[in-house]
Design a binder for this molecule. Sequence first.
Ligand code: ACO
Length: 352
Amino acid sequence: MLRSTILGLGSYVPDRVVTNDEIRFLNDQHVKCAEPQTETNDEWIKKRTGIEARRYVPNDGKIGSSDLGLYASQRALEDAGVTAKEIDCIIFATLSPDIHFPGNAVFLQSKLGIDGEDGCACFDIRQQCSGFIYGMQMADSFIKTGVYKRVLVVGGELHSHSLDYTTRGRDVMVLFGDGAGAVVMGPKETDSPTDGVLYTHCGADGSGAMDLHLKVFEIAKLPYVYYDAKNRDQNSIMYPQMDGKKVFLNAVRAMVASVGRALRETQLTWKDIDWFVPHQANLRINEAVVQYAEIPPEKALNTIQYYGNTTAATVPLTIDHWRKAGKVKKGDLVLSTVFGAGFTWGSAIFRV
Ligand code: ACO
């Protein structure tokens, strides 16, 4: 039977580590001030979210999310032993593209040096924190139907430039970090029922769309971008808005249901699966999912402590982090479950 499989994986985070102690002193240029700019503290952030630090790009205006995606992709290609020229499709998941259009995938294609007349297909997808699993499902379908043979799936986010570094924005601002992760996927003929990518499922509930959103503009209005830096009611359009408690409850509920569905539909148990890799939004969300879905706690992998929420990048970033640490081994079976703005969610079961 023809399956898709992960040929290689890579991730990238910027060097700058921003701790919880430092973040309250940062202004909107990420410069550390003498006085706190936001009323928050290490104890609150750690207790409510599990986050200890996150990574930020330099504030010199030279790096975009497509660059973060490029660095992760180069590592994934090297890991796969595949050259950029062999890629016949790029799927880039991001909620923080370099510009409104065109999307990041074409910028990445150019930066990989594979643009031009015979350039491969490029897709940009959104789906926020669920983007990576949505991208994997697309790649899996393309590969199994023979449409494409080597698909680069990338999740890359630059959050640090679009956060509100005042007490007004503290509930969202402390959560997010910059980073990227990528996988190269390709076809594999196999008789084993547990080889390659053996399951994907995605879902969404649009009634939660405005419970976590970032407008920036409203195309229905004239002018469609209106921003008054001095008017706090008007400038909130530039920053993510979130009903944290609603997102939290829906995340736990949807992720527990998604894990249950994945196990039911594949008839696998936790004896068969090596690792649970949940999206990294809040350690308390993941601990609740582990508890209610009856997942062996020692099989759950988290990295939110070190990187915060990197949205579409969390899944490959977490797998790569624990692979480098020697925990995740080649061929291990992973069940990954995500939840994000939309609301969107999904699960995939695959060998790394
Ligand atoms: N520092 C200090 N105090 C804070 C902070 C902060 N950073 N943020 C909020 N508070 C205050 C609140 O103002 C509130 O104060 P009050 O009691 O005086 O009114 C108090 O802390 C409690 O706030 P709650 O909102 O009740 O805190 P909660 O325990 O719900 O935690 C949090 C808030 C961390 C945001 C939580 O709701 C959460 O993680 N929700 C899910 C968020 C998430 O997953 N987002 C990403 C989704 S994925 C995607 O697609 C992008």
